[in-house]
Design a protein around this ligand. Sequence first.
Ligand code: 3HC
Length: 705
Amino acid sequence: MNGLVKLEKRDGVAVVTIDNPPVNALSPGVPEGLEAAIAQANGDADVRAIVVIGAGRTFIAGADIKELEFAAWGQPAKLPALHGLLAAIEDSAKPVVMALHGTTLGGGLEVAMAGHYRICARDGVVGQPEVNLGIIPGAEGTQRLPRLAGVEKAIEMCVTGKPVKSGDAMAAGVVDAVVDGDLLEEALTFAKGVADRAPAPTRERNEKLGTPEGNAALYAAGRALAAKVRRGALAPLKAVEAIEAAVALPFAEGCRRERELFAECVASDQARALIHAFFAERGVTKLPGITKDTAARPIARVAIIGAGTMGGGIAMACANAGIDVLLRDTEQAALNRGMDTIRRNYDISVARGRFTPEGVAERMARIHPQLSYTGFETADAIIEAAFENMAIKKKIFSEIDAIAAPGCVLGTNTSTLNIDEIASATKRPESVVGLHFFSPANVMRLLEIVRGAATSNEVLATALGFAKKLSKVGVVAGNCPGFIGNRMLFPYMYEAQFLIEEGAMPEQVDKALTDFGMAMGIFAVDDMAGIDVAWRVRQELKHFAEPGVRHPPVQDKLFEMGRYGQKTGRGWYVYGPDRKPAVDPEVTALIERTSAEAGVTRRAFTAEEIVERTIYALVNEGARLLEEGCALRAADIDVVYINGYGFPARLGGPMMFADQRGLAKIAARVAEFHATLGERWTPAPLLTRLAAEGRTFRDYDRERE
Ligand code: 3HC
């Protein structure tokens, strides 16, 4: 056919193979090749049935997102016009059997649903994940899926974007058979069994659709689900609307409506942001000096120092990935507490159906608690997860330097401290790297990988591979105080605290931030992370140590009062047994008293002002560290904030948000804050420059690629 689609005949069955690595996306040439193959098979008197299958690791994983990106940014795009192809498949006089394996997603499932039959390898999944990109299925998926799976299932799949396993897909009616053997052989057998039969096209199967009136509750539930799982997102609501059209309108008109809604979504800021986030996440591993040939070492055994919250979470993350763990603490009581917590967390996972009891037993068996360094010489990586204190960390590093095998990666889970200073305690600074996990480490996807001055490319590549093995996204940061994430967090957090001295209250700031889209407000975050932890970091990093620098005193007072946050039941908020934050009049009074003592006349703040003061602080610091080289790309910063700090993906991360809001607008506001609020608002030179030149952070990234 063409280089991307092949056609061969096997025993009266035409086998059409899509071969467009890595994921058989519907790039230009694939739909054309498929259509030509279907036509040729139909014109061949010897062919009685057609099998469509994917080469390599998967059936089609969707439309080519690179083309979608062009379309989203208003550039000429070669988006596949799939409607002709789908009609050609469905109208094929010879039955078309779609043989699915791997990840049949988006346009891939849409192509598959146009076939007359679908068989799926047992470990395959199918899904309509378009909402992850801010769009809806645009090739009749919202019209065919409800016909096969019913309206409720179609809504669930299109709104959540979550793929379903082969067995569930079969139960729902999306696939006709799940097979275990060789997929092609199974497909050929299946095809011969249905050859010469007049197949019913999906578009005519209306029996599962119901009526608009009868489905009203399902549509309402779909919208409620969208609000719950994708707060503020446009695409899931449009997906429900498109499915409503499938029920209310004849097939062709429903498809037209879907196309209109798809076009609306593609042109939205949210689609631009989410497509940016998709490629940003996959771009983080692209680093100068690191190629596929860089000798990354496999990590099969990890030794962890410290069985506290972080150490325990890291141990679980490793055990979940099949890695053997030596978990060391200096005191038996601490070790017991750590192991109990791990056990309790796993029990919760079993109760929630995430793991089986056997799966947990296997994981627990991988974690070996111990008081000594015994066996550390066998570890591929040693991760220190002790207190955030330089002296302690240096002592530990000098100890492990004496034991670790040559080539062992020496990682520190510091969230703020200087990697080079920690590395100086060893004779092998090239092996030392920051591995900044986020709590809970077995859940959070981000791993900040901090490159010290001496860290070798091999160690960095090993750390990136380790992140991937843990199913995390590893982002490389430079060794600046706080790295990427926390360095930006400080001005954001402190600005929120200045706001409360000036007249806002924590609950109002937090509401403005969660309404903006943040997963949590900053005061709730502070309570979760621990006010005592933040206090210790302030001491280590000597924040506000310079004379004359304005400092927000309430946090210190809370610390002195022993209000450490969630762990003590009181912090910025008070926590009941449900662990939900509630306003504490004691804190309200403390804040008001503090303002009075400082001679500040409290005033009201709008939500918009709060967002500007806090989020722009984030952006300004992001611009500064980007120019300094602490982050390689603005997109890396976005990945950090989306995956580690609850920044809404639909806004694309702080730097993409800034681009979309307009750098000129943000720079002007930052300059105003600088004039009225002082030095801490000194505009980042990069922000000022890009704004003046009418460029964006995205442009900056592109120009330096
Ligand atoms: N288009 C273009 N490139 C794609 C792609 C796609 N649909 N899916 C994956 N890729 C690329 C990635 O960018 C990456 O490229 P790189 O190596 O140069 O960085 C490479 O394929 C491998 O991807 P991953 O690193 O993500 O590999 P994994 O094995 O971890 O995951 C996957 C594979 C599950 C297929 C995952 O890539 C994925 O979820 N892809 C997106 C699937 C999707 O969203 N499909 C719907 C597209 S929209 C659509 O179809 C619209 C339609 O309705 C018209």
